[in-house]
Ligand binder design. Structure first.
Ligand code: ASP
Length: 340
């Protein structure tokens, strides 16, 4: 992780899509944060890297919290989408960024699945990052194009068993939450489907609505609107309990597929070596954002909620990541999936 690769990462990221959330002009002391002195932080824009497409679920959650976090920090947060390879491209770039608190990664459960999926992953989640805190845990839904024949999850299972070579399953690339959920579906049903990867489930959902692919799993933060509008057919929610905003949707367990239980936890990361005082400031700002009534209401509409304050901490986040790395390594090894 030398200066050259950091510079390369910075150049690549500067070409990505950006949205500036300006809340207040930052004053600062004009000097870069370093040596543990966080008193002037932030004195320049903070970049939040989303490793998936704009308009998708990770992007949505990031933009929700960026504004109140920027207000608390007294600076600007710029959201950049650095897509590719199921979230591993964006994560890899942040791992190589300057550890100064100005490059922050929003990532989800994929942080814990990628090491088991990729033989050559350019980063080590526990060593190359510091954790800032958990953000939210989002249910997934199993959704299909609206004219897809099956009307229930059981009918979907029967249909894919009979038409395995014809049915297409969209996802956001290997390592994405939608990939993991699709993997659980295929393992549970014993059917190998034709997967169609996208750079995020934002564009995947667009194609599902357009009828170009048959079905997929995706987070309620992306699918709630299309389900409510009748633009997609929804079969089940992948959490043990029903989701308040989608009360008519059975759980996968109720619908006869309890093995398909997963929810998509999200967290904020900075490169390893970031000063602890800076991480502390980010974590405090995250807590403030998660207690913001507007954020709580927006999340509730989309079937999710902020994590409790005690989970928005570096330690709680690290503990969760350690536990999840173990859990998914086993599931993925059992499923026999590997990418070179
Ligand atoms: N979270 C991804 C996105 O924002 C989708 C996924 O992980 O399935 O597009």
């Amino acid at each position: 992780m030398g200066t050259t690769s950091r510079n390369r990462a910075a150049v690549r990221m500067s070409t990505a899509i950006g949205l500036v959330m300006l809340l207040s002009a930052c004053s600062g002391n004009g000097g870069a944060t370093g040596g543990g002195d966080a008193s002037g932080y932030p004195d320049q824009n903070i970049t939040f890297v989303v490793p998936f497409s704009a308009g998708g679920p990770t992007d949505t959650v990031t933009r929700m919290i960026a504004e109140p976090m920027a207000a608390k920090l007294g600076g600007k947060i710029v959201v950049q989408n650095v897509e590719g390879a199921g979230g591993t491209v964006g994560a890899g770039e942040v791992a190589q960024a300057e550890p100064d608190g100005y490059t922050v990664l929003m990532h989800h459960i994929g942080m814990s699945t990628a090491p088991a999926l990729y033989q050559k992953l350019g980063y080590k989640p526990l060593e190359d990052f510091e954790m800032v805190g958990l953000v939210t845990e989002v249910p997934m839904t199993v959704v299909a194009r609206k004219d897809f024949a099956p009307t229930t999850l059981q009918e979907l299972v029967t249909h894919v068993k009979a038409n395995a070579n014809k049915v297409t399953l969209a996802n956001a690339g290997i390592g994405a939450a939608s990939h993991l959920c699709g993997l659980l579906f295929q393992t549970a049903t014993g059917v190998k489907l034709q997967e169609v990867p996208y750079q995020g489930t934002g564009p995947a959902l667009t194609d599902l609505v357009g009828g170009q692919v048959d079905f997929m799993c995706d987070q309620t933060t992306n699918t709630s609107g299309q389900i409510a509008a009748g633009e997609v057919k929804a079969y089940a929610v992948t959490t043990p309990e029903r989701v308040k905003s989608l009360p008519d949707l059975p759980t996968t367990a109720e619908a006869g597929l309890p093995q398909l239980t997963v929810s998509v936890w999200h967290g904020l990361y900075v490169p390893a070596g970031t000063p602890p005082e800076v991480i502390q400031k980010l974590s405090e700002a995250l807590k403030v954002a998660l207690a913001d009534q507007k954020v709580i209401d927006q999340m509730a509409k989309l079937g999710t909620a902020p994590v409790p304050a005690e989970a928005a901490t570096p330690q709680a986040h690290r503990t969760k990541l350690e536990e999840q790395l173990g859990t998914w390594a086993k599931v993925i090894a059992d499923a026999g999936v590997k990418v070179s």
